[in-house]
Design a protein around this ligand. Structure first.
Ligand SMILES: [Mn+2]
Length: 300
């Protein structure tokens, strides 16, 4: 019987964990070629692909990326695994957001196909030496997700519970209510990370925000490798010394680079993958960087 839990076993053996693709199919193909994968997603040395989620939005090729990854995931035996990202979750829940209007212009049948696939994805993949999640590692929330198998029901259950709790607390302001909905719902926390009250309101993406993201990985001390995406951190700003590695190197923002005046065709953002057990990050332009103790790497 297929394992349908939201927390599933990660592939054993050597894996290449690819960060948020965001519809950038050309960059993905360049990266997979560099990693030695054939067009059908098979690696001659038996390596396998894992994606941290956020397959779509921002880039030009959303449906081609989803269809390609879906073919690999549904192959027998599977050639890829994917953890659900917050952009993927928005499509599953039918939430309209900046950058996902493309989805709502697709035919009803195409929308259903994409939704069905994304709804079938786990939130966490784990094995003894290595774990993958889109945005945040949190043991308590992950344990809550183990017994759930439908992300929509699980999300709604907790969203309703938190709304009830919020309503019973007359002291709570709007920021506190929103923070509870973000931080106490396992689906929200694991797919888009913890937030806290900002010292002062600030503007990002054209919106005024009063909650800011918490850089949880700077306090990560677990001995198990945790690979995540979501945060669009360029390689030179990464904490490559920690056991928490962000493989979203900002490649989802190359649409912005393309449309900037004076764009030369050379991107500064990167699509990348973390190779295990090698502990090397490979980027779609052919560059690479060792991480962790790539000086004395101890991944199994
Ligand atoms: Mn994300």
């Amino acid at each position: 019987m297929a394992n349908t839990s939201l927390v599933r076993p990660l592939f054993p053996g050597p894996v290449d964990i690819v960060g948020d693709v965001h519809g950038e199919f050309d960059a993905l193909r360049d990266l997979l070629r560099l990693l030695g994968y054939r067009e059908d997603g098979i690696h001659p040395e038996g390596r396998r692909l894992v994606f941290t989620g956020d397959l779509t939005d921002r880039g030009p090729d959303n449906i081609p990326v989803v269809n390609f990854v879906r073919t690999l995931v549904e192959a027998d035996p599977p050639r890829a695994q994917v953890t659900l990202g917050n952009h993927d979750l928005n499509l599953v829940l039918g939430h309209k957001r900046a950058h996902n209007d493309w989805f709502f212009r697709e035919s009803a049948d195409q929308q259903l196909q994409v939704r069905e696939f994304l709804r079938s994805l786990p939130i966490v993949l784990e094995r003894s030496d290595l774990c993958v999640v889109h945005a945040c590692w949190d043991r308590e929330m992950i344990d809550m997700a183990r017994s759930a198998d439908d992300v929509v029901c699980f999300y709604e259950h907790h969203a309703n519970r938190i709304r009830d709790e919020n309503d019973r607390d007359p002291q709570l302001d709007d920021i506190g209510r929103r923070l509870n909905l973000q931080n106490r719902n396992p689906v929200k926390l694991l797919t888009s990370g913890p937030e806290r009250r900002a010292r002062a309101a600030f503007e990002t993406g054209g919106k005024v925000r009063q909650e800011e993201r918490v850089k949880w990985w700077t306090d990560y001390t677990d001995p198990v490798w945790c690979v995540f995406g979501h945060y669009a951190i360029p390689p030179d700003l990464q904490h490559f010394f920690s056991k928490a590695i962000c493989v979203d190197f900002g490649g989802g923002y190359r649409g912005l680079e393309r449309s900037a005046p004076g764009f030369t065709g050379k991107y500064t953002t990167r699509l990348g993958a973390a190779r295990f057990p090698e502990c090397t990050a490979i980027f779609e332009d052919g560059s690479s960087q060792g991480f962790g103790s790539a000086m004395s790497c101890r991944c199994e």
